[in-house]
Design a protein around this ligand. Sequence first.
Ligand code: SF4
Ligand code: SF4
Length: 497
Amino acid sequence: MSEKANNEEVDYNYLYDDGDRLITRTGDSFRDRVSTIDRKGHRVWVYPHKPKGIFHRFRILTSIILLVIMGGTPFIKLNGDPLILLNVIERKFIIFGMHFWMQDFFIFALSFIALVIFIVLFTAIFGRIWCGWACPQTIFMEMVFRKIEYLIEGDGPKQRKLDESPYTFIKIFKKTLKHTIFFALSWLIGNIFLSYIIGVDELFHIISEPVQQHTAGFIAMLVFTLVFYGIFARFREQACIYICPYGRLQSVLLDKNSIVVAYDFVRGEPRTKLRKDIDPTNAGDCIDCSLCVKVCPTGIDIRNGTQLECGNCTACIDACNSVMKKVKKPKNLIKYASINQIESNQKFRFTTRIALYSVLLIALIVLNAVLIGSKSDIGVTMFKAKGSEYIINDDESISNLYTLTLINKTSEKMYIDIIIKDIPAKVKLVGTDKIVLNPNQLMETAAIIEIPEDYIDDGKLEIKVGFYNNGKILNSLKTNFSAPKEKEKKEKHENHK
Ligand code: SF4
Ligand code: SF4
């Protein structure tokens, strides 16, 4: 159903769902479909007008800072290591100089849960500020690709006209230029993305050396470039609407207390056009100019209430403020506000929901800090060698063979000594005299532990093994040592006699 502009013909009753969320104005059909899909299921291409205003200027500034951080971080090194490395291929992670391996997965799992709680809490209070101000997809789309598009093809209406016009030299030139720049930028973004995974040094090898030497890396580079080009040249806002899980969760994360980009319907309705033939008595402040809709990069009408497509980009706030200035009415008809604020002028409330999320988040942060603080510099696993049995030596001692996996989680070389205190045990390395672990090295080796028979009761003993570097203990673990049982020992002694 198409929307009627004349307030006399439309019944503006606001309806709320069970969760008290504004769902519709009577008669509207906007909840039945997304704004960028027409009734036949075809994509509706959005040609947003250029945004301008104070919020947009702040967003440009924020975006520049974030782009510099995003692009510069892979080049920053700490003790020779990248500041951040998320090498999912080799399962190696460095975050602010701290090395994490898959053995530290529980820290990652807890951090991830803490991040989810933080997002839920942050969204419950501030709505989708992340989407509009800090999400890389929004920053690249609105502050980089869209700006280039405006520069080459002009404002939204001009772009529409160009798309609808037949192919001419100018159109082909503009489209080719735009897509060439888009592709080059996608390659750059793809490379930045890749450098977070493999590090800048490896990336430079892929770029500077023959393709045959880095086939997998080159394919990854190409795939990332094509994916980013596809997203920014064609898919655009659809990524936020259909793919981003955060966007899809908004309906359960927000409530009437959350601060979102919202239309002040109390002040704005009944919306009334500025026309001589319409009586302005009892008219709301909205003059139904539709500028807020025209600037929206997701093609929605914020006057319909909070919607899945709204990325809180603030373009409609700027647009409406410029209109309000022209018609000499107070600013902020569209503003950052909660529905409670708009409806009943209610200030922000610290609800039970927010309190519970906060307590949970603080508990998770403390737990994570403790775990990170107590994280060992080396990771060790030690198991009895598969299929091996104890060996009784001539000097009445018992030997067990173990396999060891050691990981150096630092950027320093380590010389590892394996020491068992409390009992006179000997540790003999197999195939090497010394364990030398290079930075970030994973080493698999074997060791024989010998313990005098007298120290072992009834066939087994739990031993505590320490791993030292320059006399400093780095890690320790407990493992089982097996030996003959009492009965077997007696039999052996009798056989001797
Ligand atoms: S409704 Fe406003 S804040 Fe939301 S996406 Fe559209 S322009 Fe941005
Ligand atoms: S820009 Fe403001 S005045 Fe114009 S339609 Fe939107 S809310 Fe109404």
